[in-house]
Design a protein. Structure first.
Length: 395
């Protein structure tokens, strides 16, 4: 599927000139996509990702030089954004382009495009797939483009790929003047749901973060990182006896500094600590044993949400849209917050106003049944909730 967006930017009246920027954003259909829980997300290590990304650049330039076009120059800034977007898709399972990716490009660009893909196991196979798709091929062989960034990440064993192209004037180095880092915020500290007992499963509740943030997790035994415990959940081990357990959540969004927040520890886990181990004489900084119910107390205070979903048109023609109205309330009052609506694999986020959000779907281009899934994200006082899926048909 291909999406083309044209962006027109008008200069000041003094110049009496218009600059027309054509931004072609293209999607490639998923190939061999595997659904994997977020807790199984495995990031590509930096060296392997760099190797894949460099190979995509090399193969892309071969395709261009075969057509008599200039080779593209690598841009660290475009590469950084591309890596971030691949990691976001891998972390969340989201499939699509980001919001206004050109806002993250180094200043001075005159034209830009983005290709994404998932499922291809090698640089050669993803470049071949793009070259066999009209819209993606047009991006790769656009004569005016001068720079390229590539991103690669894994969700389980499924790769996610991103290319970002840009055109800069001769002699302009887009990496010479990177944008200053912005700020990243989380409105709440992460908490842990579950009981700290051997064999029990603990779940991290990350709190409310900015949109399109990549979240990573590190579980802690006392103050020491637990090797391999980097998912959203953790099963308490015998070696945790006598230790408190905490989780550190790190948020990352391109163009902003990383932010790490650590939950209040729960425990200690019942049992005798390992002699000479890290938790033999564990206490909190105040000298008292860690609180064991802090996380479950916090989650228990949240109210339950009631959610209603109405799809305006359950039968639409191919290429058309529909509208979903979502109403959320709690304790007899309209709820605040946001709702995420998935139309198959495409997600749209809407904000509640007086407990109501009206969400317009993207153009529905695949014929057949489409499941509409709605999730209320919750707030600090209201629990998140999913609504039953609604099935619609694209003719």
């Amino acid at each position: 599927m291909t999406l083309v967006l044209r962006f027109r930017q008008q200069q000041s009246a003094r110049s009496h000139r218009h600059l027309v920027l054509f931004i072609v954003l293209t999607l490639i259909a998923a190939m061999a996509v595997t659904t994997v829980k977020q807790s199984n997300t495995v990031w590509a290590n930096s060296s392997s990702a760099n190797s894949f990304e460099a190979e995509v650049l090399r193969l892309t330039n071969i395709e261009r030089t075969n057509e008599g076009l200039n080779p593209l120059t690598w841009s660290n800034e475009l590469g950084g954004y591309s890596r971030y977007w691949s990691e976001y898709m891998a972390a969340t399972g989201y499939w699509g382009h980001g919001p206004n990716p050109w806002n993250s490009y180094p200043p001075g660009w005159r034209g830009a495009a983005e290709n994404i893909a998932t499922g291809q196991r090698s640089a050669a196979s993803v470049v071949a797939a793009w070259m066999n798709s009209e819209g993606h091929r047009a991006n790769i062989l656009q004569p005016s483009y001068t720079h390229l960034g590539v991103g690669y990440a894994l969700r389980g064993t499924t790769p996610y790929w991103t290319q970002n192209f840009a055109q800069y004037s001769p002699g302009v180095n887009p990496d010479a003047n990177p944008k200053p880092l912005g700020s990243l915020t989380s409105s709440t500290t992460p908490i842990i749901s579950g009981s700290p007992a051997v064999g029990a499963t603990l779940t991290a509740v990350p709190g409310q973060w900015d949109e399109f943030v990549v979240l990573s997790y590190q579980w802690l035994r006392g103050t020491t990182s637990i090797s391999g415990a980097t998912g959203t959940s953790y099963t308490v081990q015998d070696t945790d006896a006598g230790c408190s357990i905490a989780v550190r959540v790190t948020g990352y969004k391109y163009g902003a500094a990383k932010v790490s927040l650590t939950s209040v520890p729960i425990g200690p886990v019942p049992g005798n600590p390992t002699p000479g181990g890290p938790c033999e004489n564990e206490t909190t900084p105040s000298g008292a044993k860690p609180e064991t119910k802090s996380a479950t107390k916090n989650t228990a205070k949240k109210r339950t949400a009631k959610i209603r979903v109405k799809v305006a048109k359950k039968k639409v023609r191919q290429g058309k849209r529909t509208v979903v109205t979502v109403r959320v309330g709690s304790a007899g009052k309209p709820a605040k917050g946001k709702v995420a609506v998935r139309f198959g694999k495409k997600r749209v986020v809407g904000k509640l106003k007086n407990g109501r959000a009206r969400v317009k779907s993207p153009r529905l281009t695949t014929r057949g049944k489409v499941k509409v899934k709605v999730r209320y994200r919750g707030t600090s006082t209201i629990k998140a909730k999913r609504a039953p899926a609604v099935v619609m048909r694209v003719r």
